[in-house]
Design a protein around this ligand. Structure first.
Ligand code: ATP
Length: 233
C-alpha cells in the first residue's frame, strides 16, 4: 500500500512558488529521505503532508485519506516532528505527552508513554517542567509527542539539526527501530551521512521541484559525493 501519495502539489507564498508540482509515492514501510539546500521547499512539503498548509494545486493522501478533506483520519495515521520547539513551559514532560494523547482521544496511555520516554532517554526527566529542559531534551520530547498515538507514518523535519552526537545516535537508533517494526518514515536532512545510513530512497528537492528520485546508493553513483555536498549545503 502507498503510505503517502503526493500528487502535483503546488504552493505559493505571495506569488513566490515554493513548490512547483511535486509528485511522490512513498510506500508503506519505506525509510524515505527528502534532501535539498536551504529554501528548496522541504519544510513546505512536510507541512503540506501534515495538513498544516493547504496546497494551491494538487493533493496529499495518507493511507488513502486526503490531508485537507479528510484531515482527522489522515492525521490519526501520521506523527509529525516539526522543526520548531513549541511547548507549554509549565507542563512536565509526562504531562505534555498525556496532553498530546488527549488530543487524539487516547486514555490510559502511560505504558506507551513510558516506553517512548525510555527509548529517548527521557525517563529521568519525566517530572521536569518543559521550561527547565535543554534544547536537546526538548527535541526528544518533540519526537515523543509525535509518537503518542502510535502512528504508522512518521514525518520528521530535520530532527537532528543542531543536536549533539549522542542525541543524534539516540534518535537514529530509535527511528531505525520504528522503521524495522513497520513504520513508514520520512525525514528531511542536511546530513548526507544520515541519509546514507538511514534512507532506502531519497528525493532531492531544488527550487520547489524534485530533481532526483532514487535509492541513496544509486544517487551517489550518479552524482559525485562532492557535488551532492554542495547541493545539501
Ligand atoms: P531549509 O533547509 O532552510 O529549512 P526548506 O527546503 O525547508 O529550507 P522552505 O522552508 O520550505 O525550504 O522554504 C521554501 C521557500 O519558500 C523559501 O524560499 C522560503 O523563503 C519560502 N517561504 C517559506 N515559508 C514562507 C512563508 N510563510 N512566507 C513567505 N515565503 C515563505
Amino acid at each position: 500500500m502507498t503510505a503517502i501519495q503526493i500528487n502535483s502539489v503546488e504552493k505559493s507564498y505571495k506569488g513566490f512558488k515554493a513548490l512547483k508540482g511535486v509528485s511522490l509515492a512513498i510506500e508503506e514501510g519505506e525509510f524515505f529521505g527528502l534532501l535539498g539546500p536551504n529554501g528548496a521547499g522541504k519544510t513546505t512539503l512536510i507541512s503540506t503532508i501534515a495538513g498544516l498548509i493547504r496546497p494551491d494545486v494538487g493533493s496529499v493522501k495518507i493511507h488513502g485519506h486526503d490531508v485537507v478533506t479528510d484531515f482527522r483520519e489522515a492525521r490519526k495515521r501520521l506523527g509529525v516532528v516539526p522543526q520548531e520547539l513549541v511547548f507549554d513551559p509549565f507542563f512536565t514532560v509526562r504531562e505534555t505527552l498525556r496532553l498530546q494523547s488527549g488530543y487524539y482521544g487516547i486514555k490510559n496511555n502511560d505504558a506507551w508513554i513510558d516506553e517512548v520516554m525510555h527509548n529517548l532517554d527521557l525517563t529521568n526527566k519525566a517530572d521536569v517542567n518543559m521550561r527547565a529542559l535543554s534544547g536537546g531534551m526538548k527535541r526528544r520530547v518533540l519526537v515523543a509527542q509525535a509518537l503518542v498515538h502510535k502512528p504508522p507514518v512518521i514525518v520528521l523535519d530535520e530532527p537532528t539539526a543542531g543536536v549533539d552526537v549522542e542525541l543524534r545516535q539516540t534518535l537514529w537508533k530509535f527511528i531505525a527501530r520504528l522503521n524495522r517494526e513497520g513504520h513508514t518514515v520520512v525525514l528531511t536532512t542536511h546530513y548526507l551521512e544520515e541519509a546514507q545510513a538511514m534512507c532506502q530512497r531519497v528525493a532531492m528537492l531544488k527550487l520547489g521541484q524534485v530533481v532526483a528520485l532514487d535509492t541513496m546508493s544509486a544517487l551517489l553513483r550518479r552524482v559525485s559525493g562532492s557535488q551532492l555536498v554542495v547541493h545539501l549545503s
